[in-house]
Design a protein around this ligand. Sequence first.
Ligand code: HEM
Length: 147
Amino acid sequence: MLKLALVLHILGASVWTGGHLVLSLTVLPRALRHRDPDVIRNFEEGYERIGLPSLAIQIVTGLWLAHRLMPTWADWFSFTTIASTHVALKLLLLLLTVALALHARLRIIPRLSERTLPMLAWHVIAVTVLAVLFVLVGVGFRTGGLL
Ligand code: HEM
């Protein structure tokens, strides 16, 4: 079960973090250069079908992996060990990612235009930075911490 959870977690990470790096570093600059929100809409239409399921997989496998490391939920926020600190950091990154994604979906994307494109750009960059931090924190579990 551990191998399956880790394989799914790493595949999900590849789709979520990899997809956002492609969006931020190749699609977004083109959309901003041409001031064309459709460049992002076209990318999102395809990516969304695997992006959101991969985030769901990260949450399910991540909670399972965290529970395997620390079966007592209360320990998750104790900040007394590398594992507890990293799990709390993961949950904080998840909260920020969901908050940004909901704000973009409910407030920005319905009104997406050339004028609101810069606001969406900041959201995309912020979610991408959080996605990379998820990977750094994840690797930190096995390598004795983030730094
Ligand atoms: C998009 C979100 C996420 C990404 C990109 C991500 C990425 C990663 C990566 C790359 C690893 C290292 C795997 C390895 O060492 O082989 C990892 C490990 C881990 N992640 Fe995540 N993760 C995400 C969300 C979560 C969430 C929401 C949790 C829940 C608390 C979580 C909990 C864990 C745990 C506990 C480990 C250590 C597994 C172990 O070594 O036993 N992750 N993560």
